[in-house]
Ligand binder design. Structure first.
Ligand code: GBH
Length: 445
């Protein structure tokens, strides 16, 4: 086991970044020809967002692009992961494209290039045009084709300056939290719907990769999955079986089709009549080889047969302000599991990792977020450990560049390494930003 200082455990070509998403930071919800997204619509539903907020202003990133580009550059990162708002590009998702729809992102990628920072663009970080939802959304197979058209349009305009293109961010969240649990947009509650949605998301990913490659795309192409290491609450056979099935519904439901061209049999059997309609050729399309896999890791998942939730806080285990257990070893375990399960595993990027913490208070102009520094240091250590065990790690990105709209939690939970004052919209780098900056300075040597 290497005893070298952490920064020396990463090669010179390692990709270090910070990440954001369009709906969470941009604001300008009704500007420059942007159409309505399902999250614009969802926020209007009473009771679904903890502080009854929305994304109309958010961090006002849309109007503060130059300032934010300088902020990103000041950290010393060599990559920035952002997402493109589909309804800016094609307001209703199926009719005319907005001629100014990509102007903002054009300036963004030029600004990154000028600062020597790789641009990593995600096409779908959940803000589906409402006009497509009105036609059935991701439950409709037509949406798959609309996504491919949108992907080609983005690649035509920006592809020459994108280091990476990600089709979807966390399809599990869109399917399960959006269509089964109903806590995220579009707020639906049907397991059958969620299963069909997951299939269409995966299919649209595969068909988009095919189309972009046919168009001669120069960027690295892949997808981002939210993955946890899933373990049983006890060694009891029933808990062990429950954890295995949960892993099949969560991780393998997405990774097996991508890398093996098939859904896991136990999850399919468990879905029974709720299993998705799969047409001939779909699985082969989904299994397009990828240039990379993006992994978002926050916590492990502890499963018991009783269905009882694992109360980490109640057990005295360390938790973040989301009450998610802080468990860096789970990241190593997960990455090693991916390497062992998938012979075709491409280079892996941690595309999100971070947390919301209680010590996020701005006082005397500073945020001394020591908990976040600990979190980042130990999780970067967990990545190094996975690398030593042969996992093909290529990059790591902190979630998030700045505090932002945390979905159903509104603005109450802060994930940024930069503090945002939602009254003045002033940005103040937290102590963790300084820590990351110093870490990257040491790494560059
Ligand atoms: C990501 O979602 C998103 O990509 C990003 O936009 C978001 O801001 C960020 O994380 C922080 O939330 O739900 O208690 O069982 C992460 C979604 C979080 C879903 C962890 C599964 C497991 C803990 N995932 N969650 S719990």
């Amino acid at each position: 086991m290497s005893q070298a200082p952490l920064h020396l455990q990463f090669p010179p070509n390692f990709v270090w970044g910070v990440a954001t998403s369009s709906f969470q930071i941009e604001g300008a919800a009704h500007e420059a020809g942007k159409g309505e997204s399902i999250w614009d619509r969802f926020c209007k539903q009473p009771g679904v967002i903890a502080d009854a907020s929305d994304g109309i202003v958010a961090c006002d990133h849309f109007h503060r692009l130059e300032e934010d580009l300088d902020l990103i550059a000041s950290l010393g990162v060599n990559a920035y992961r952002f997402s493109i708002a589909w309804p800016r590009v094609r307001p209703d998702g199926h009719g005319a494209f907005n001629p100014q729809g990509l102007d903002f992102y054009d300036r963004l990628v030029d600004g990154l290039k000028a600062r020597g920072i790789q641009a990593w663009a995600t096409l779908n970080h959940w803000d589906l045009p409402q006009g497509l939802q009105d036609l059935g959304g991701w439950n409709s197979r037509d949406t798959v084709h609309r996504f491919v058209e949108y992907a080609r349009h983005v690649n035509d305009r920006l592809g020459d300056r994108l280091a990476g293109i990600t089709t979807h961010n966390e399809p599990w969240v869109v399917a399960t939290l959006g269509h089964d649990k109903g806590i995220f947009a579009p707020g639906l509650k049907s397991r059958k719907l969620a299963a069909q949605v997951s299939h269409h998301l995966l299919l649209s990913h595969g068909l988009a990769l095919q189309a972009l490659r046919a168009d001669g795309a120069k960027s690295q192409l892949g997808i981002v999955l939210n993955l946890a290491s899933t373990v049983p609450a006890t060694a009891m056979p029933a808990d062990v079986a429950a954890a295995q099935l949960a892993d099949s519904h969560g991780r393998r439901w997405y990774a097996d089709p991508l890398f093996k061209g098939e859904y896991p049999a136990d999850a399919l059997a468990d879905l029974g009549a709720d299993a998705p309609v799969v047409e001939a050729g779909d699985m082969a399309a989904i299994a397009q080889p990828m240039d990379y896999l993006g992994v978002n890791y926050y916590t492990r998942s502890v499963v018991s047969a009783s269905g009882e939730e694992w109360n980490a806080k109640g057990r005295g285990l360390p938790v973040s302000d989301m009450d998610w257990e802080i468990y860096p070893q789970g990241l190593t375990d997960l990455l090693v599991l991916l390497k062992n399960d998938y012979a075709a595993l491409p280079p892996v990027y941690i595309t999100e990792n971070g947390g919301a913490f209680k010590d996020d208070q701005l006082s005397h102009g500073r945020v001394q977020d020591d908990d976040r520094i600990d979190y980042l240091r130990t999780h970067i250590g967990a990545v190094a450990k996975a690398m030593q065990q042969g996992v093909p790690m290529a990059g790591y990105m902190v979630w998030s560049l700045m505090d932002n709209f945390e979905w159903a939690s509104g603005y109450l939970k802060r994930f940024g390494i930069v503090h945002v004052d939602y009254e003045t919209l002033a940005r103040t780098p937290k102590a963790s930003a300084g820590w990351y900056q110093q870490f990257l300075k040491d790494w560059r040597g």
